[in-house]
Design a protein around this ligand. Structure first.
Ligand code: GUN
Ligand code: ZN
Length: 441
């Protein structure tokens, strides 16, 4: 049996939720901490000296001043949009038609899909992200490529075939029946296979007929163990469009609810312009809202009400929304979440931002028992950060009066240069990606 590994450095873990408890109770920072890994699991987190003494056989990896945290979790992304990230000048519907749909048409080609999946996973892991929930395209090939690549790398991911049977180019349309059949086959093949999970994925109600939404609602009823992911109330013209397409619906959420697509395993991306009834139903059902701040500013969608939604007890995660979002980095995403909250009059604490990008996002994906924290029993998915990764950050961190000030400099100004390495399922990345070094730098 392989000896345990002991990672040493600063450690940051959560013992509670910093939105609903004081930060000092919710977050646990150790100046000189340790994380013990046995196989693919974390088996202990504590003081470095105590863990060293208790586990003399452990192979020690000392990261010095590096900060060891749970790997970042990105609860909403579109891996097929990797190559069109940062496309200029459009708001949601024009952006979809101009950039997104033409790019997504290429994913019927299995080789192209596989190449993009490789490139996408290289980028996210270089940014310290160890789990993502991604939309694919309407092509089953795009789902195969994504899960195959994640499996090769040992990553815990969630994904699903994006379903659309109207209001998109002909080449990107499926039907109610084929969406059901393809999703079912892919779900049965991939859900629960190793670290992979399937999410039933209607793109959003404008691109699905009532028949398709009903078919996917029926599939979810047959497989309630799966997640369901989609978009909700992202942009005002989109909301008007939905109202015209579904005249009988009470609001946007009702276009999902009426077809069985609202429940505790649902994840709704964006959720910006919500009505009171929608907020009530989201909270009552325990569905997750996924905040995508770089996307919401980039596409011009609006300012998510983090403080209000948290105060009323919503389940909220954080995500890049690549490539509507303008970054693969959850550090950049935390910075944008901070700025958006500031524009609404709230200063989010660094501990709250970090929680959203790890534990909150894992909770949104119903994976909090497995990932998103440094704690015994969690999967050993870990990021190690350099809190002085650029001259600008280093000089600010040198003035920091404590971990939160130091961490905040990296949150606001950091990027992939701050990521020293990631561990995935107890193995230092890269594993099986063909890259040679044991570091992502
Ligand atoms: N709404 C429907 N599809 C998309 C998408 O691909 N990106 C974003 N940001 N919003 C959407
Ligand atoms: Zn999206």
């Amino acid at each position: 049996m392989k000896p345990p590994r002991l990672l040493l450095g600063q450690t940051l873990a959560f013992e509670g939720d910093p939105f609903h408890q004081p930060v000092e109770e919710a977050a646990r920072w150790r100046r000189r901490g340790g994380v013990l890994i046995e196989g693919d699991r974390i088996t202990a987190v504590g003081e470095a000296d105590e863990l060293r003494a208790a586990h003399p056989r452990a192979q020690v990896q000392d990261y010095g001043d590096g900060l060891i945290s749970a790997g970042f979790v990105d609860a909403h992304a579109h891996y097929p949009q990797t190559a069109i990230i940062a496309s200029w000048g459009k708001q949601l519907i024009d952006w979809l038609n101009t950039y997104t749909f033409p790019e997504e048409m290429r994913f019927g080609d299995a080789d192209f899909a596989a190449r993009t999946a490789r490139s996408y996973f290289d980028l996210v892991t270089a940014n310290g992200t160890t789990t993502v929930a991604s939309f694919c395209t309407i092509h089953p090939e795009s789902v195969e490529a994504f899960f195959t690549e994640a499996q090769t790398r040992g990553m815990r991911v969630v994904a699903g075939k994006t379903c659309m049977d109207r209001n998109a180019p002909e080449e990107l349309l499926d039907t109610a029946q084929s969406a059901y059949d393809d999703s079912k086959r892919l779900l049965e093949k991939w859900h629960g296979k190793g670290r992979l999970g399937y999410a039933i994925t209607p793109r959003f109600s404008p691109t699905s007929t009532p028949d398709q939404l009903a078919a996917l609602g029926a599939l979810w009823a047959e497989h309630p163990e799966c997640l369901m992911q989609t978009h909700l109330s992202e942009q005002l013209p989109e909301i008007d469009w939905v109202a015209g397409l579904f005249p009988q619906a009470r609001d946007y959420l009702d276009t999902y609810e009426a077809f069985g697509l609202l429940g505790e395993n649902a994840m709704f991306g964006h959720a910006i312009h919500l009505k009171a009834r929608e907020r009530d139903r989201l909270r009552e059902t325990g569905a997750a809202l996924v905040h995508c701040p770089t996307s919401n500013t980039f596409i011009g969608s609006g300012l998510f009400d983090m403080a209000g939604l948290m105060a009323e007890g919503q389940r909220i995660g954080l995500a890049t929304d690549t490539g509507g979002g303008s970054s693969f980095s959850m550090l950049r995403t935390m910075a944008a979440a901070y700025e958006v909250a500031q524009l609404r009059g709230t200063a989010l604490h660094p501990a709250q931002l970090w929680w959203l990008a790890t534990r909150g996002a894992a909770r949104a994906m119903r994976l909090e028992d497995r990932i998103g924290n440094l704690a015994a029993g969690q999967d050993a998915d870990i990021v190690v950060l350099d809190l002085a990764s650029t001259p600008a950050i280093a000089q600010r961190a040198a003035r920091a009066a404590g971990i939160w000030e130091a961490l905040f400099a990296t949150i606001m100004m950091g990027d992939d240069r701050a990521v020293r390495t990631v561990w995935i399922a107890g193995r230092e990345y890269p594993q099986g990606s063909g890259r040679a070094s044991s570091s992502t730098q």
